[in-house]
Design a protein around this ligand. Structure first.
Ligand SMILES: NC(=O)c1ccc[n+]([C@@H]2O[C@H](COP(=O)([O-])OP(=O)(O)OC[C@H]3O[C@@H](n4cnc5c(N)ncnc54)[C@H](OP(=O)(O)O)[C@@H]3O)[C@@H](O)[C@H]2O)c1
Length: 278
C-alpha cells in the first residue's frame, strides 16, 4: 500500500467526545476528511448539529449524540447509540475534558491549597472516569473491528507542572498510565490505545490565558515555537494515531506542544526575547 493511503480512514466508524468545539470539533472534521463516519457527542446539541452538517458536506455520515459525560450512565448510552447509528465502532476518541471551568467553559486556575475534594472529583469525572466508562462500554464493539484504536486526549500538564492546574495534571497523568495498561490488556484483541498531550492550544477553554496579552506572552515563555497552537495543529497527530500508518504504535503518547516539554526556559535560552511569531 502507498504510504499516503495508510493515513486514510475510509469507512471507519469513529466516536469523538467533546466534538462541539475546540480540539474535538477539529478532530471530528479531520477524521471525516480522512474518510470516517463520526458519532459526535458533547452537551451542546446545537453546536453538534452544526458539526454534523460539516461532516456531511465532507461526505461522511454523522450521528449527533448529546450527553453529559459526568453522569455515570452516559458513556454506556453514548457508545450504544454510536454503535447502533454507525453500524459498529473502529475508533474511540475521548477528548471531552479539561481543568475546572467557569459557567462559560473557561479554565479556572486555583492555588493547590484552595482546591476542595469536590473540585478534584469534577476533574476526575470528566477526564478519567468518563474515559474508563467509555472504553469499558466500547470494548465489545472495538474487539469486533479489524482496525480498532482508542485515542485519549491528555495534556502537557501530565508531563510538566502547571501552577494552578495540579488536579488536572495529576488526572491527565493518570490517563497516560491507563493508556499503557489498556494498550497491554487489549493488544491481544487487536485494539491499539494511545494518547495525545497537546501544549497550549487557543480554544474557549484557554481564553483566560490567551485572551490577555500579558498572560498569553507568559504562557509562551517556554514554548520554543513562540506561538499558541491551534486545534488544527493537533489533528494531524490524531489522524495519524488513529490510522493504519500507526499500525505498530500502541501505549504511547504524542505531544504536539511547539517544543514546550523539550525546553527548560533559562537565561540565554532565548525565552526572555519574548514572542517572535505569535
Ligand atoms: N486547549 C488546550 O490548551 C489544551 C491543552 C492540552 C490538552 N487539552 C485537552 O484537550 C481537550 C479539549 O480541550 P479544548 O481546549 O478543545 O476545550 P473546549 O474548547 O472547552 O472543548 C471541550 C469540549 O468538551 C466538552 N465537554 C466538556 N464537559 C463535558 C461534559 N460534562 N460532558 C460532555 N462533554 C463535555 C465540551 O462540549 P459541551 O460544552 O458542548 O459539553 C467541548 O466540546 C480536553 O481534554 C483538554 O483537557 C487542551
Amino acid at each position: 500500500m502507498n504510504v499516503l493511503d495508510t493515513f486514510r480512514l475510509s469507512g471507519y466508524r469513529a466516536l469523538v467526545t467533546g466534538a462541539s468545539q475546540g480540539i474535538g470539533r477539529a478532530t471530528a472534521l479531520a477524521l471525516a476528511q480522512a474518510g470516517a463516519h463520526v458519532g459526535l457527542t458533547a452537551r451542546n446539541e446545537q453546536a453538534l448539529t452544526e458539526v454534523s452538517t460539516r461532516v456531511s458536506e465532507l461526505g461522511g455520515e454523522a450521528a449527533v449524540i448529546p450527553a453529559d459525560l459526568r453522569q455515570s450512565d452516559s458513556a454506556r448510552d453514548v457508545v450504544e447509540e454510536a454503535v447502533s447509528s454507525l453500524g459498529g465502532l473502529d475508533l474511540l476518541v475521548h477528548n471531552a475534558g479539561g481543568p475546572q471551568t467557569d459557567a462559560e467553559g473557561r479554565m479556572i486556575l486555583r492555588p493547590l491549597t484552595e482546591t476542595s475534594d469536590q473540585d478534584w472529583q469534577e476533574v476526575i469525572d470528566i477526564n478519567l472516569m468518563a474515559a474508563v466508562r467509555l472504553c469499558r462500554a466500547a470494548h465489545p464493539a472495538l474487539r469486533s473491528s479489524e482496525r480498532a484504536s482508542v485515542l485519549l486526549v491528555s495534556s502537557v500538564a501530565a508531563l510538566v507542572a502547571v501552577p494552578g492546574m495540579e488536579s488536572y495534571g495529576a488526572v491527565k497523568n493518570g490517563l497516560l498510565s491507563y493508556v499503557r495498561s489498556l494498550a497491554v490488556a487489549w493488544a491481544p484483541d487487536g485494539i491499539r490505545v494511545n494518547a495525545l498531550c497537546p501544549g497550549w492550544v487557543r480554544t474557549q477553554l484557554t481564553e483566560p490565558i490567551h485572551g490577555e496579552s500579558a498572560t498569553s506572552q507568559a504562557a509562551l515563555t517556554n514554548v520554543p515555537m513562540r506561538r499558541w497552537g491551534t486545534p488544527e495543529d493537533v489533528v494531524g497527530p490524531a489522524v495519524f494515531l488513529s490510522s493504519p500508518a500507526a499500525s505498530f504504535v500502541t501505549g504511547q503518547h504524542l505531544t504536539p506542544d511547539g517544543g514546550l516539554t523539550a525546553f527548560p526556559a533559562m537565561p540565554g535560552s532565548g525565552a526572555e526575547e519574548g514572542n517572535h511569531h505569535a
